[in-house]
Design a binder for this molecule. Structure first.
Ligand code: KG4
Ligand code: ZN
Length: 326
């Protein structure tokens, strides 16, 4: 089954064709990140205007004038920025109606979990613990089967990616902050004589909080102007990664999970992947991270999630939902 997946929840526009939920046939992405970098973050109006320009050319490129080989159209209908969501959702609805194809509605967060199935050699097994870490979300979920999600915990304030972006801005590293912090931290080999707080690690729950570490870094920068920015990036990254790993492993242990599946832009972070794999070994849980191109927002993960969840909707009834959650 070939599914055309459409993603436009934030500043990326992704269009892909995925066969049977796992084999990526085509995958195209247009990002307005360079444009957003000029403003130091995403301006919703700018993102949506760029998406209006690129969505049809991207779909044409993927479909190549042959709609017969497309079995269904999938679109992420939330959560996200309403202007951006409307571009993807209304395009998908119009095409499903005009081409007489089935339409599948996908929760963007569910898409991030299914990114680990894409072009993989082996697939995650249930029960699994999913960690979705992106610019807008930090969620831990328990999955007992395909499409079966139980939310275990979330961030109480900033998302992990948001903290990366804000700290990078404070350190003058640019946007998007995650990759910039990771690059800066790579230059640091030794441990430093300072560290940053790890919130909620002693609490017996699966919630997160990242606004404390963000504020702590900001104060530290203001009071220690002479300290090397790369070292600050290193210690910030360590604090965030430690908390993400600790809470995820605790959840996997608690629910006797066979696998751990990470997704979302922050799952592109190599230090997070290495640490999670190391600690996953200790509890016999196999750890899955998507290929980097599928960690950040993309259309392929939406097509994958659509295949495994098959939430069919009428093309005329789907409504974008900016506040959608697990
Ligand atoms: O999933 P995503 O592409 O969009 C949202 O749904 O939000 O995630 C974007 C977020 C940004 O905050 C970005 O800074 C972060 O993912 N990110 C990273 C890395 N690459 C992207 N964070 C840490 N390390 C990275 N290598
Ligand atoms: Zn995302």
């Amino acid at each position: 089954m070939n599914i055309l997946g459409i993603e436009s929840t934030c500043d990326e526009t992704g269009v892909a064709i995925v066969k049977d939920g796992v084999h990526v046939v085509k995958n195209f992405l247009a990002s307005s990140a360079d444009l957003q970098a000029r403003f130091g973050g995403v301006i919703p109006e700018v993102a949506a205007r760029e998406q209006v320009k690129v969505i049809v050319p991207l779909i044409s490129k993927a479909v190549e004038n042959d709609i017969d080989h497309i079995d269904a159209i999938a679109v992420s209908y939330g959560p996200g920025l309403i202007g951006s969501l409307l571009v993807g959702v209304e395009s998908a609805k119009a095409l499903a109606f005009a081409w007489n194809k089935k339409l599948i509605a996908v929760n963007h967060l569910v898409g991030h979990v299914y990114a680990s199935w894409l072009d993989a050699d082996i697939y995650p097994e249930f029960p699994l613990i999913g960690l979705v870490v992106s610019g807008g979300h930090t969620d831990l979920v328990l999955m007992k089967d395909h499409g079966d999600f139980e939310l275990l915990g979330s961030t109480l304030d900033d998302a992990a990616g948001e903290a990366f972006d804000k700290v990078a801005k404070k350190l003058g590293l640019g946007y998007p902050g995650g990759p910039k912090i990771e690059q800066a931290a790579k230059k640091v080999v030794a441990n430093n004589n300072f560290d940053f707080p790890k919130s909620l690690v002693r609490k017996q729950n699966f919630d997160f909080s990242f606004s404390g570490v963000k504020t702590s870094v900001a104060n530290f920068v203001d009071n220690n102007l002479e300290v090397d920015r790369d070292k600050i990036a290193f210690e910030f990254q360590r604090a965030v990664v430690d908390v993400l790993v600790l809470k995820t492993i605790a959840a996997a242990k608690h629910y006797d999970a066979r696998t751990i599946v990470a997704g979302g832009g922050v799952a592109a972070n190599s230090v997070l992947k290495t640490m999670m794999e190391k600690d996953g070994l200790q509890i016999n849980a196999k750890v899955f991270f998507p290929k980097k191109i599928f960690a950040v927002d993309n259309g392929a993960m939406i097509a994958a999630a659509a295949f495994f969840t098959k939430s069919y909707v009428g093309p005329l009834s789907l409504v974008a939902d900016p506040g959608l959650h697990f």
